[in-house]
Design a protein around this ligand. Structure first.
Ligand SMILES: [Zn+2]
Length: 378
């Protein structure tokens, strides 16, 4: 089983300098590759492959006088930049992903560099080739074999290392039988981050909302500053810091929430098609970006896998919010703004979202059974 852990690292000034050059080289390879590929295509109608054609240019460039400085960097990281570029093109050509054309990496953005040969780590240090050990804050002892280290620097100048370990311990076998009471359906919505089939409404926490308001204020201040001015640079850093706080607060909250949901249940059912459809609606998409269900679903997925539990993603449309979960009666229409309704057939009064979450749960149970699981009724 692979286990990832991200730690803060504290390079000395000299090391930070080296890291800056390392990130610069990685960025250079990525951008130069992108430039060459775009040019070849536009001028000569020729499609190059970053994984092969661009990677082959690395040793040539290193021997040249102009790009000889590339030898100062860990070469694996430079090769990896070619792979990342290749992946960006694959996303662009994949009709399902709807990714835009790859863009140049900016020296102002987040920087990163991947290392997998000659890496090591200890109690409070990490090591990558061509540089002395860097001080790190590692919270818990890691077991297993270190496979790779991805170094990064945030826009605000903090350094991190993401360590990937391979452990002997295998992931537990997925549960073959679950109890219906241990299955939870999550309806991802706009009024709440999610509503579960047990009737719990999960809102984004107050600290996250505050951080978001703060970010918005700082962004407005930035837009008023004159382009190219020192004040604009300062305002940009404030926005980056506020943004970092929002991202960290959200990540932290989602980790705790997903941990709790997976601990409390044997199977979790989510509706991925609905998330995708709402994303298509630009006005809704901004709210969804805030709620970031996608990231929550990813965390649920790997936490469930680690515990041998199930995450079912419903990607087929079904009339979840229009169907009465008690008698399965389908209403013809259901306006988005109706929060509660009474079933015309069995007269049960429904909270729109809880009813939807219950239907998601039932739908998920059907899928679990189709996959060969036994689901005992309560
Ligand atoms: Zn009914």
């Amino acid at each position: 089983m692979l286990k990832a852990v991200k730690v803060r690292i504290y390079p000395t000034a000299e090391q930070a300098d080296w890291l800056n050059r390392q990130f610069g080289s990685v960025r250079f390879v990525y951008n130069a590759g992108l430039r060459i590929m775009s040019h070849r295509y536009k001028r000569h109608g020729q499609s190059l492959n970053a994984r092969h054609d661009i990677k082959k240019l690395l040793p040539v460039a290193k021997k040249s006088r102009k790009y000889g400085w590339l030898t100062e960097s860990d070469s694996i990281a430079l090769q990896q930049a070619c792979l990342h570029l290749d992946q960006a093109f694959q996303r662009f050509f994949d009709p399902k992903q709807k990714a835009g054309y790859p863009r140049f990496k900016s020296k102002r953005g987040r920087q990163s560099s991947y290392h997998c040969v000659g890496v090591n780590s200890g109690d409070n240090w990490i090591r990558v080739p061509k540089i002395k050990a860097i001080k790190a804050r590692i919270h818990r002892p890691m077991d297993g074999k270190l496979k790779s280290i991805t170094l990064s620097r945030t826009v605000t100048g903090k350094h991190y290392a993401a360590l990937l370990f391979e452990t002997e311990q295998a992931a537990p076998a997925p549960l073959k039988a679950v109890d219906a009471a241990g299955v939870v359906g999550l309806d991802m919505g706009l009024s709440h981050l999610a509503i579960d089939s047990n009737g719990h409404k999960i809102a984004n926490p107050r600290f996250l909302k505050q951080a978001q308001r703060n970010l918005k204020r700082k962004q407005q201040a930035l837009s008023r500053k004159q382009k190219g001015s020192a004040n604009r640079a300062k305002a940009r850093l404030l926005v980056a810091r506020a943004h970092e706080r929002v991202v960290n607060a959200r990540k932290d909250f989602q980790h705790k929430l997903s941990r709790q949901i997976v601990d409390d249940n044997q199977a979790v059912i989510v509706e991925t098609l609905k998330v995708k459809n709402m994303m298509k609606n630009a006005r809704l998409a901004r709210h969804i970006g805030d709620a970031s269900w996608h990231a929550l679903i990813e965390k649920l997925a790997y936490k469930a896998e680690e515990k041998g539990k199930h995450l079912v993603k419903l990607d087929q449309w079904f009339p979840g919010s229009k169907t009465c979960h008690v008698c399965q009666h389908k209403s013809d229409t259901m306006l988005l703004n109706i929060r509660s309704w009474a079933c015309p057939a069995c007269h049960t009064r429904h909270d729109r979202d809880i009813n939807a979450a219950l239907n998601i749960k039932h739908q998920g149970i059907v899928q679990l059974k189709t996959a060969g699981l036994s689901v005992s009724a309560h």
